[in-house]
Design a protein around this ligand. Structure first.
Ligand code: FE
Length: 205
């Protein structure tokens, strides 16, 4: 079995937003897709550690803003690399508007948004899958949607050229953070994007 076959699957990238009890938040997900056309339903899957998942669970509604190839790394840093539990991600954030359902959607670096109401949720242990009906949607631009592969090749900052020191380091595949050292501790968590040691690759710097 070659587990690299999993890398052959393609993914889009989205800002998932929701609100409950007057608190708004959002996070980055790569797991949104249409599952039925009539009625029009989508599914999303969100890590159970994400604050936005709680807001979706409690309110039963969410927006998906589709990230385009014009999205910059700052959007990923803003919505993906910090927690809504400790940061109000919409305080002073200008590139957003409220849709009919009262939730924010993102207006820059996106090419459309969908508003959805949750029909079912399934707790998968590490994540929750939400099956939802699409209630409203708008196209925001003609820019191509950003795939996860596009993020890796063109949005994520390029690593610095090797210095020639020949030292071993570990680089986070998600955000590019580099940890210098021969061995990466098994319980290491990326200080920038919070992904685990399994998302690091060994490099020479
Ligand atoms: Fe990282």
């Amino acid at each position: 079995m070659d587990s690299k076959a999993m890398y052959k699957l393609t993914y889009g990238l989205f800002v998932l937003t929701s609100a409950f009890d007057g608190t708004d938040s959002g996070c980055i997900i790569n797991t949104a897709g249409q599952v039925t056309s009539d009625p029009n339903r989508i599914s999303i899957t969100v890590n159970n550690g994400n604050f936005t998942r709680e807001l979706v669970q409690n309110s039963g509604k969410f927006n998906i803003s589709v990230l385009s190839e014009q999205a910059d790394f700052e959007i990923f840093r803003h919505f993906g690399f910090q927690s809504g539990r400790t940061t109000d991600k919409f305080a002073g954030y200008a590139a957003c508007r409220r849709s009919e359902n009262g939730l924010y959607y993102i207006t820059a670096g996106t090419n459309g948004y969908l508003s959805a109401s949750v029909e079912q949720s399934i707790d998968l242990g590490s994540h929750t899958m939400f099956l939802a009906s699409v209630e409203d949607m708008e196209v925001l631009s003609d820019a191509a949607s950003a795939t996860y592969a596009y993020y890796q090749s063109s949005i994520k900052p390029k690593p610095a050229a090797p210095s020639g020191s020949g030292k071993t380091a570990w680089r986070c595949r998600i955000c590019g953070y580099t940890y210098e050292g021969e061995e990466l501790p098994a319980d290491f968590i990326c200080p920038l994007c919070k992904h685990p040691a399994s998302d690091f690759e060994k490099v020479t710097i």
